[in-house]
Every structure is written in structure tokens, then in C-alpha cells.
Design a protein around this ligand. Sequence first.
Ligand SMILES: *Cc1c(COP(=O)(O)O)cnc(C)c1O
Length: 353
Amino acid sequence: MEIKITEKELKGTRPDDSSLGFGTIFTDHMFNMDYSPDKGWHNPRIEPFQNLSMSPATMTLHYGQSIFEGLKAYKNTNGEIQLFRARDNFIRFNRSAKGLCIPELDIDDAMEALKTLLRLEKDWIPETPGTSLYIRPTIIATDPFLGVRASHTYRFFIILSPVGAYYSGGFSPVKIWISKEHVRAVRGGVGEYKTAGNYAASLYASEKAKKEGYAQVLWLDGVELKYIEEVGAMNIFFVINDELATPSLNGSILPGITRDSVIKLGKKWGMKVSERKIAMDEVIEASKNGSLKEVFGSGTAAVISPVGEIRYGDEKIQIGDGKAGDIAVKFNSAITDIQYGKAEDSENWIEKV
Ligand SMILES: *Cc1c(COP(=O)(O)O)cnc(C)c1O
């Protein structure tokens, strides 16, 4: 693949690492590629980061035919750029594409596009521990057309955003809220794909949770509202006695790469790891009889996010003693040490850029 590079004349500068938040600052350049039925994916190019110009009738705006990914590039202790399981992100991107009737990408081409962009933007990768460069590959439907069908044309782009350390205030547990009335996704739907509508559909309940003082919503299954699903940007794990349990991928849960990494490491460490149905009733019971030891979320943004309280109707389930649990800490250290090149990459998860 021949990528045409047009460099920005006046380059910006990366803000001080301590002032970085999440998703607000973007680098100088972006990758773009177009799709049409006659040419397939074509015209791969890196250009200055710029606004998109499109017809108000553009299909993605009306019918939500769009998919995205979220991953990060890290600088290791030698100043080299590392990607963590990036190929798995593009495999998942293609699964989402298929589910939304979007033409799939050649994964090698997508990796080459990302690496070329990262090499050009290497000075935008922060170096302070915990910071990274967030990567957002996206595909949108671009036909200017009103009417429900799959678009014929698409744009694939990649934008980059330097992000701060997630736990600048310490690795402290979050409080999550269960909706007894709203659902995120149903089996047979698009819950297992990273597609825009899933997040729009989660906002109403998320606002309610925030008003009650909770950081995020823990979603139950969309049919019976009985079984745990996930947290909407994170998957969820429960330590019940000596078992590490997470809901099995049932079609309405997003197959997280961090989730998969936790499962693989847990098994390697000899833990009893299970992917199974977890009823909310079981969690309540485990909390009452003292067998619920830890709860934590897993996702690219925060890696591991310990949960200190689950609110379910009038019940407040307290987990642990207000500090992150040992198992959550262990997974967080193990995964971040691999990501930042501080530990040996025993699982072959790192790809140098
Ligand atoms: C991205 C995402 C996750 C976490 O996936 P990772 O690959 O671990 O970052 C979990 N749930 C939803 C709904 C997501 O969009």
C-alpha cells in the first residue's frame, strides 16, 4: 500500500504531560482512506488533522452506520513506540464492520497505516508514566442519501490524542449503578460491535447514574434484567471465593481485549477463571455471605478499574475496604508493565512501531 503523506506546515506542540486529560487534544495529522464499490478501499493518505466536509444528508449522521476502535501507543523505557495487541483491535474492527454491513479492511494495510501515522507523530506520544497516545480508528458511511440501506461509500480515518494518566489521583475504586429499567443491548442486536448507536443508547441511564453520584452504569441483560453484562466502556470481573468470573460473551457484550488479557493472564497464573452467566442475585448473595472478594472493570482507557460499590435499587453493595483489591492491583500492574515495556512480553502482545 502506497500512503501519500502531506505534512502540516506549522506543527503544533504537545502540551505538558501533567495537563493532559482524555480525548480533548489531537495531533497534527490524520490518516484517511475512502471506499467505493468500483475502487474498493483506495487513496490511503496522511494529511493535516482537519474538519470533515460533508453533505447534511450523509448517511452516518442519520442512520448511525459507523464503527470505531480504541487502543493506545506507549513509549517504553528505551523511548521506542509500542502497540498492545493492535492487530486484535483491527480484527475486532472488521467484526464490527461485518455486523454493520461496512466493507472490511485489509488488516496488514490498517496496521501499516497506523504505524506510518505513529512514526510521523512520535513526538506527540507522552512519556510520563501512565500517559499514552490514544488511537481512534473510525469508519463512517458517506453516501449523501436519505433512506435506510447500507451506504455504498465510506471513509476510514485514524486520529490520535495524547492522554494523561488515568489514575493521577491514585488507584481508587469507583461506584457503579445498576439500571433496573434501561438496557444497553440485546442478543441478536449490535451490542457486541463498537458502533455509535450503542453509546447514544446508554446516555439516558448514564445521566441518571451520575445524578445519583455514580460514575457509570452496570448493565444487566436486555431480556430478563437478571444477569450481569458489562459497564458500557468496560467489561466486568467478580472474585467470588477463589473464582475469577466474568460474563460469557453472549452477543450483547463487547468482547474487550483487556478482558481477554485478564482471562489469559489469570489462567496462566493458575487462577480458577470462568466465563459464565452471573446473576445479580448471586452477586447480592455472595456479598451477604462474605464470598464476594473483589469487583473490577477492564478496558483500554483505565486498564483495570476497581469497583468499591454497586447500587442496585435501594441496596448498596460495598466491596472491599475502600481500597483497590490485591487481584485488581496485580492485573493492573502486570498488563501496564507489558504495555510500557517494563516486563517481558511473555504473551507476544507487543508490536514495536
Ligand atoms: C471498548 C469497549 C470495552 C472494552 O474493550 P477493550 O478492548 O478492553 O478496550 C468494553 N465494553 C464496551 C461497550 C466497549 O465499547
